[in-house]
Design a protein around this ligand. Sequence first.
Ligand code: ADP
Ligand code: MG
Length: 324
Amino acid sequence: MAALGEFELIDRFFRRRTRHTVLGVGDDAALLAPSAGSLLAVSVDMLVAGRHFFADVDPEALGHKTLAVNLSDLAAMGAKPRWALLAGALPEADPAWLAAFARGFFALADAFEVDLVGGDTTRGPLNLCVTILGEVPVGQALLRSGAQPGDAIYVSGRLGDAALAVAHHQRRISLASEELQRCDAAMLRPTPRVALGEQLRGVASAVIDLSDGLVGDLGHVLDASRVGATLQLAAIPRSEAIDHRLSGTERGIALQCMLAGGDDYELCFTVPEARAAEVDALASALPLALTRIGVIEKRAGLAVLDEDGGALPTLPRAFDHFAR
Ligand code: ADP
Ligand code: MG
């Protein structure tokens, strides 16, 4: 087969029929028509080989994750995802790799009715960057800044499995094969909580998605809202793989994964006590585990109480690309 050119590559793998787009891939810019009464919610995320994923990652999983991390940001704003742009640097135009990547990407795009409307394609060290655009009714976006003392703190799903998979691949721990399978799935195929985000409009006082770990990401909510919080370690939802390590010699790693492991892509949100029943109703309607893990406090700072009610003396640090 002749070498695949840039425009042939775009046509073959990234030009798809759109659902709600005036003009998509193929011109100098896309043309979009946001719904009346909505604001555009816009976010961009870059994934770099060797930093955000292992370079030999399954390309289909990478296609999924590249879009999933962006959908998660819109979920955390209470926005409905509508359009995406994909910029990629690829070391080579490998048709099998591209086909698998596109399969993973468009399976998720189709599931959330997102149109891919443009992008950029160059040769270079593997690096993928998605810009996502969504809509949220004026005045209803979910910000980080609305948490109030007394609000209950919730998280969706379970925390720590993706980080546990990374610890295994870095040989810091050794997972049994079924544990590894489930933790790898959490790492490679996170489920963006888009429906939850939309349903939290008018219920949650603040929302963030957990990409860099609970302590750091909740910390952003506390800073933006000028409040503090107390969390109950025992209440934080975790898998069996994390749970049994909490009472053994690997407690340190288990704590690190649960409290500061990145890549969970669950939502952490605060809700006034008077609306707590609505959260329970949401959990059964979705259905999705929504667990109360603590409370917002007037005093500054974050305290995590251990199983005996004592505050953990130090908290694991959130992931930071530039921390030394
Ligand atoms: P320009 O040179 O005008 O910036 P390009 O030649 O880079 O445009 O791209 C041609 C068209 O293909 C544009 O509509 C662009 O948005 C789209 N495109 C390029 N790369 C991708 C990609 N990876 N996925 C989706 N659309 C893409
Ligand atoms: Mg142009």
